[in-house]
Write a protein that binds this ligand. Structure first.
Ligand SMILES: [Zn+2]
Length: 274
């Protein structure tokens, strides 16, 4: 089959899938913080696809870091970060029971960047830049990690990829040649995995709220989230896309965190008793 015919066929298949199978889903249960926004997912982007791609990308990144001598540079630091992750991860089942079957991985990357992320399927990286420059306490590490884990639980990367592929398929009628190119682009953008692009404001808000609940349930002070963002604002300078960039008004974010941290305080106090 010639390439253009293949493109045309792919286009027809994709548009058929697109019109019949575009679905509205709830990726998570709402939890105490009450996250119940329905998400529109494109049939072109499956959870399984993204998880497989994330696993591959993560393995490659970890390999690269190891080669450069930048993987888990301080064993005590790695142990500390993993101890916190080990308390947070079991709490994820409150939002989605299937997360207990994810192949969670947690590593520290040596990098001056103030960054942390969790790829689809539970592949976590915390950079030494955020640990050192913000001098994070355990509660604050839990806040950052809880926020990142929430992005993965909510499948925000899949949602972003869906939005992109839907927007591009929307141009479908324009011209076959052009639309063919759009499909290719949509495919190419599936794998940004939520770590290269800034999340939307509403995704950030969800991750903030779900993050404080995960931290509280794991026995970490949920109010630490506020301290983290205050430290980050004080640090200023180059903010990576994951942090603050989609929040033109840090004040309202802080207020939201305050409100939701208070809401989950009983969960924190309960967890501390155990
Ligand atoms: Zn975020």
């Amino acid at each position: 089959m010639t390439r253009s015919r293949f493109t045309l066929l792919a286009l027809i298949v994709a548009s058929a899938l697109f019109t019949t199978a575009c679905e509205t889903v709830s990726t998570t249960q709402s939890g105490a913080v009450g996250i119940d926004r329905k998400q529109i997912m494109s049939p072109l982007v499956s959870s399984q696809q993204l998880e497989q791609q994330a696993a591959l990308t993560y393995t490659n990144l970890v390999g690269q870091e190891a080669k450069q001598g930048d993987l888990n540079p301080d064993p005590a630091q790695t142990a500390r970060v993993r101890r916190i992750a080990d308390r947070l991860i079991p709490q994820t089942t409150v939002f989605r029971p299937d997360a207990s079957k994810w192949n969670w991985q947690v590593n520290v990357f040596r990098s001056p960047e103030v960054n942390a992320w969790c790829m689809p399927g539970g592949k976590i990286a915390i950079y030494t830049g955020i640990l050192d420059k913000l001098k994070l306490t355990d509660d604050e590490i839990a806040a950052v990690m809880g926020h990142e884990i929430a992005h993965a639980l909510r499948e925000h990367a899949r949602e972003q990829a869906s939005e992109q592929s839907l927007a591009q398929l929307g141009l479908l009628g324009a011209s076959l040649a052009g639309a063919g190119q759009n499909i290719v682009n949509a495919g190419g953008q599936l794998y940004q995995l939520g770590i290269g692009l800034p999340h939307s404001r509403r995704q950030e808000t969800e991750a903030d709220r779900m993050g404080v609940e995960l931290a509280a349930r794991a026995g970490y002070d949920p109010r630490a989230a506020i301290a983290v963002w205050q430290k980050m604002i004080r640090l200023g300078g180059n903010r990576p896309p994951e942090f603050l960039s989609t929040h033109p008004n840090p004040e309202s974010r802080m207020q939201d965190l305050q409100q939701y941290a208070e809401k989950v305080m009983p969960l924190y106090l309960q967890a501390k008793k155990r």
